[in-house]
Design a protein around this ligand. Structure first.
Ligand code: F6P
Length: 255
C-alpha cells in the first residue's frame, strides 16, 4: 500500500509537471490545510532538493511565510559549501518574526555554513518613502546582492488570504477583488492568467530579476492553494515545485 501511494504521488507529480510547465515537481503525502505535519514534509523534501542544486558561491534569496520557515527548520545541516550567502528576497517585516524572510535567511545560513544579510524595510510604504529608501546607503549596499541572487526559494499564497494576513486596506482588497487576484508571491499579486493584478511597494527582488536566477524553487501546499499555484505557474518561470497531495489532487481535478 505504501509503494502504491508513492507511485500515485509520482504520477501526480508527472501530470502536474506537464500541466503547469514546471520541470521538476515533487508531491509529498497529505494535505497541509488539514494536517500540520505535512508542512514539515514539504520543508524536508524541498530542503533535500535544495542540497542537490546548491553550489559554492550561491546567493540564495528566501521569502517569508510558514512553508519556507518549515524548509529552514527541516533543512539538513551541511557546512561544506563555500561562500554561500542567504538573503531575504524582500524587506517585509510585517509578519510574525518567526516567519519573516530575515529570520528564515539567518536560520538557513547557519544550517549551510553560510552568511546572511538582513533587510529591514516595512512591507507597507508610501511611494515617496520607497524612493527615499532606495537612495539610502543601507539599502544600496544590500539591494544589488539580493537582486543578483542565483537561487530563489519562495512560498506562494492565496491572494485574498495573504491580503488579509497583511492587513490590506479596504481599498487594496477591493482592487484585488476587481482585478481577480488569485495568487501572491514576492509581494506581487497575480490573476488567473498569471498577469500582475497588483504589486506591493516594497524593496527587494523583482519579477524581472527572476530571468537571471539559475533555480527558482517554489514550496506551497494545501488544497486551498491550488488556484494560487496554477496562477503563479503562469506568471513566471518556476523550475521546481514542492507541493502536497492536497494541492496536487485539486489542481489535477480542475484541469
Ligand atoms: O509573505 C511572504 C510569503 O512568502 C508570501 O509571498 C506568500 O504568499 C506567503 O508568504 C506564503 O505563506 P505560507 O507559506 O505561510 O502560506
Amino acid at each position: 500500500a505504501v509503494a502504491a501511494a508513492a507511485a500515485g504521488r509520482f504520477d501526480l507529480a508527472r501530470t502536474l509537471s506537464q500541466m503547469l510547465h514546471i520541470q521538476n515537481v515533487f508531491v509529498v503525502e497529505g494535505d497541509s490545510d488539514t494536517e500540520p505535519w505535512v508542512a514539515d514534509q514539504l520543508g524536508l523534501q524541498a530542503g533535500q532538493y535544495l542540497h542537490t542544486v546548491l553550489r559554492d558561491g550561491d546567493v540564495v534569496a528566501v521569502t517569508g511565510g510558514t512553508t519556507v520557515a518549515a524548509l529552514a527548520r527541516n533543512m539538513i545541516s551541511r557546512q561544506d559549501y563555500r561562500n554561500l550567502q542567504v538573503v531575504p528576497a524582500r524587506g517585509g517585516v510585517g509578519e510574525t518574526v518567526e516567519y519573516q524572510a530575515n529570520t528564515i535567511a539567518s536560520t538557513l545560513a547557519e544550517k549551510l555554513g553560510g552568511t546572511s544579510i538582513m533587510l529591514h524595510v516595512p512591507d507597507r510604504l508610501s511611494p515617496g518613502a520607497v524612493e527615499q529608501l532606495l537612495t539610502d546607503p543601507y539599502v544600496q549596499e544590500r539591494l544589488p546582492i539580493i537582486r543578483a541572487s542565483t537561487v530563489v526559494v519562495h512560498g506562494i499564497g492565496d491572494a485574498m488570504a495573504m491580503a488579509r494576513r497583511r492587513r490590506a486596506s479596504e481599498e487594496e482588497l477591493s482592487i484585488l477583488k476587481t482585478r481577480g487576484a488569485m495568487a501572491e508571491a514576492f509581494g506581487y499579486y497575480f490573476d488567473e492568467h498569471g498577469d500582475v493584478a497588483y504589486s506591493m511597494k516594497t524593496i527587494g527582488l523583482r519579477l524581472s530579476d527572476i530571468g537571471h536566477v539559475r533555480e527558482v524553487l517554489a514550496v506551497a501546499g494545501g488544497t486551498q492553494k491550488a488556484n494560487a499555484i496554477a496562477a503563479a505557474a503562469k506568471a513566471y518561470r518556476i523550475d521546481t515545485l514542492v507541493t502536497d497531495e492536497g494541492a496536487a489532487r485539486r489542481l489535477v481535478q480542475h484541469q
